[in-house]
Design a protein around this ligand. Structure first.
Ligand code: GLU
Length: 268
């Protein structure tokens, strides 16, 4: 299978912005193993700004654009150094691909992106994609960014014709309300359609270091489902669950993009 895995800052870094070594090592081990099993993987990894915050010893995630850009430039380097080092232990080669909105809006640039991605995968390389936060900025009325990696990963999934998109997050999936605030929140294992009722469930933004939330995850699900790609939201704290997800077992919330794609549709 061709699988896109989106890794959020909350999976990679502690609240301090410094690398969560244990999580990242466990995650890379599972990803390397999935690749050994014959799957083609693409990572869409956040963490540039978060890790830049840690590396530069800033007190908080910056609000001003130049500091954000600077943190991203420093942190992206640290991020790739980490992945390169860890994947090399299992004999895998990684590549960095950084995008801005123009790269996927313009037909020719999009084709360039698709070409390099398919060539990298043919060469057995693991592409690691992020938004080019050092240069993509949002001024009033002029947006050159995609803005967050949930949407970016769904766009990447469409470009490479992925079978499955997995969003690793800091919660187990979609609930009827925020489980961190509401003890009665019920887990939703499968979604067949993004209805207004489902959209209404997405409350609030994500954690202090990342920038996503359930709203952006549902937006990503819509894009993925339209492209016939299944999408799963799962908890990045338990990398072993990736094995279950890839085998088609219902772990996390699965958004069904293509009928019978995973051959298991029993649970709605
Ligand atoms: N591109 C951002 C970063 O690497 C992350 C965006 C997001 O968290 O969705 O820090």
């Amino acid at each position: 299978m061709k699988i896109i895995i989106k890794i959020g800052t909350s999976t990679l870094a502690h609240m301090t912005g410094h690398l969560n070594i244990r999580h990242v090592e466990e995650l890379v081990k599972v990803l390397a193993d999935l690749k050994n099993a014959g799957h083609s993987l693409v990572l869409v990894s956040s963490g540039a700004i978060g890790m830049g915050v840690g590396k530069l010893n800033l007190a908080n995630r910056p609000d001003d654009m130049p500091t954000k850009q600077a943190a991203a430039a420093v942190g992206q380097c640290e991020l790739m150094y980490t992945y390169d080092r860890l994947f090399a232990q299992y004999g895998h080669t990684v590549a960095q691909v950084l995008l801005t909105r123009d790269d996927v809006d313009d037909a020719e640039r999009k084709r360039n992106f698709e070409n390099v991605m398919s060539r990298l995968m043919e060469l057995g390389v693991l592409p690691i994609v992020n938004e080019n936060d050092a240069v993509a900025t949002d001024e009033v009325g002029v947006s050159t960014t995609i803005g967050e990696n949930d949407t970016l990963s769904a766009i990447v999934a469409g470009c490479v014709g992925a079978d499955l998109l997995i969003l690793l997050s800091d919660i187990d999936g979609l609930y009827t309300s925020d489980p961190r605030k509401d003890p009665d929140a019920a887990f939703i294992p499968v979604v067949h359609e993004i209805t207004p009722e489902i959209e209404a469930l997405a409350g609030g933004a994500g954690s202090a270091l990342g920038s996503g939330g359930m709203t952006t995850k549902l937006k990503a699900a819509k894009i993925a489902m339209e492209n016939g790609c299944d999408m799963v939201i799962a908890n990045g704290q338990k990398p072993e669950t990736l094995y279950d997800i890839v085998e088609g077992n219902y772990t996390g919330t699965r958004f069904i993009g293509s009928i019978g794609n995973m051959g298991k549709e029993s649970e709605t």
